[in-house]
Write a protein that binds this ligand. Sequence first.
Ligand code: XBP
Ligand code: MG
Length: 243
Amino acid sequence: MAVRALILDVDGTLAETEELHRIAFNRTFEEAGLDWVWDRELYRELLAVTGGRERIRFHAERIGAQDIDVGALHRRKTDIYGASMRPGNVTLRPGVEALLRRARAAGLDLAIGTTTSRTNVGALMQATLGADALSWFRSVRTGEDTPRKKPDPEVYRLVLADLGFPPEDCLVFEDSANGLRAAKAAGAPTVITPSIYTAEDDFAGADYIFKNLDEPFSMLTFAPGFAFHDVPPDVRDLLFHGQ
Ligand code: XBP
Ligand code: MG
């Protein structure tokens, strides 16, 4: 295997943005005069429904709420979330920026495969790496490119088609079981860094599971039957930066 591209999920993987999404959902509900409050426990459960619009619809149906303008609520939530994307209010997870810079220096392609919107990806980039960081990514595919959201592999298939690489030449970075299933169904080896909301997810089938990307020796597990000496040298250089 020769890694030619890194394909990254956004929410939970690049940054712990799910908490900011949750706060934006709650502000939206309050503003709209709804008495809905998504606490952390409920939000963890609701994350099984990928996509913010789908999540609101699921919740409304589950509690039997009538006359809910799901589209309007989600648009407002996106505005509130975007306004929260300010330097200092959001930071990339440990090791993410260094990995991106290392990959670029090594001539690898970068890509994004996410369920959220392009606007939200741009807002995160702007608040963390700077406005032009979106141009580091040769392919950016989002929930706006397909109605079939993770765990459906479609978003990763679109990225792979853009890149023109076989999936086994890429490494996907994910934080959730839904994302892992999407990446594996697209055929790509997958690195998992669990996030605050996904620590209890089932990551069976992951190729690597690390606590964070700056400390791959903090690996929680390798896939069963997998050992450090099995890690291909180019992956080792990339993730373990020569250690
Ligand atoms: C992220 C999501 C998104 C965000 C909210 O999943 O499911 O729905 O929670 O964003 P992943 P939107 O990290 O697997 O891509 O409200 O923009 O959908
Ligand atoms: Mg995620």
